[in-house]
Design a protein around this ligand. Sequence first.
Ligand SMILES: [Zn+2]
Length: 528
Amino acid sequence: MFKKFAPLVTLFLAALVASPVYAQQSNVDALKAQAVAEIDRQQTFTQQMVDQIFSYSELGFQEFETTRYLTALLEKNGFRVDRGVAGIPTAWVATYGTGKPVIVFITDVDCIPRASQKPGVAYHDPIIAGAPGHGEGHNSGMAVNMTAALTLKKLMEQQHIAGTIKLVPGIAEEILGSKAFFVRAGLFKDVDLVLGAHVDAEFSTAYGTGNGEWSGLVSVQYFFHGKAAHAASSPWDGRSALDAVELMDTGWDFRREHLRLTQRSHRVIINGGDQPNVVPSEAAVWYYFREMDYPHIRSLYDLGNAIAESAAKMTETTVDHRLVGSAWPPFFNKVIAEVQHKNIEAVGMPSWSDADQTLAKALQKEIGAKVEGLKTKVEPLAEPVAKPSGGGSDDVGDISWNVPMVYLLYPANIPNLPGHNWTDAVAMATPIAHKGSTAGAKVQAMTALDFLLRPELVQQAWDYFRNVQTKDVHYESFLEAGDKPVIEMNKEKMEKFIPELKKYYYDPSRYKTYLEQLGIQYPTVKPQ
Ligand SMILES: [Zn+2]
């Protein structure tokens, strides 16, 4: 029976191969295989980038070494670089290619205050005590995106593929400080899609509001101005700006009971006066107001302003405020996420060594977290949760409401860590981060190839963006005309540590890895 039909089957297969759809798909698959092979060959390049940026450890808006390093590397590789975009000295856009589609790769580059930590060591052991460090893992993102972009450039040249590839850094993401300004400056105006990447312990992507653990926010500083006086001999002549800060905080905390359960707000006092015998003429407090959508964030912002004004009235001081960051809650594109998830499944989790797992488990044990080592499985693409609960924020949210976008989470860190902490830096210049970044680069390149070679997918992504995502919700920036990026933020903090940090910058011409340069035995764990 099979014999009888064999000629027919052959005929059918021949027709299939000759059909444009099949040829196109097999071409995409062949190019993806080439991209994966090339990224495997680039593992040393990827590792060096991860280690180099880890060693720079630069806070938001002060990413000068990181920027110098990345832009030089991109220019050397034939990308055109525009520096100082959106009025931010450390921001840039790198471009290769011409025509449509225009695909932007974005990922953050800044680090966390006080998170300095020796990589590969499963207990607190800072490289420089008190210094900034990559306690979130943003040092790996550019290794992911650049490895992918350079690989794509190679393939686009060889195969004469039309399209434009752009790279953009997430500057000062930890203070939600740049991306609303990028949008305002028109960086995404003619862009077709945005492929963001962020370090994680798992390998995943999402669409819509995803797992619901995102909030949007405004980040606002309130500056109170009073009148100095001798605090003992003539306090009646003084008006305390610190009193106003404390009254604002008390007022906010009473009001908190009457806010929606989805709000999250927190503050730090950034100026509490100089010394007790001087009535503080200047004091300042910094608030994050988080909610689930634009109108509710806006109303928290208005309430904050009203409470600040009231505190000023009570104390006969004056107050002004400035917005230092803002973020819409992200919303990701279903069409791109589905394409991307297939690529995640095809790449699969990195194969972790015993040393990798030993480090992960020892760190989890050290901090009292659930001891389960590194993730070894890719989970299926989940439907967005019905009732988002809110959580942290990311200013990619603003981009996601202007262009179809997804956010790849690539597996370069250890699960069950607290975030924004030295623990989150432990894996970030070790084989865990290196392998995770290589895996992430593969998915970024493969997903870009899908959209470069199949224009109908770009159209479908935009259909979802226009007809589903933005059907009833329209982007409105939190920025007002006078708002400017706070580019002087972190300057003093960074300058204090640069001379020390410089001694530890990674030198790949002398050491294969940063672990080797620091003389760290991998993994270093307490006797179990
Ligand atoms: Zn981040």
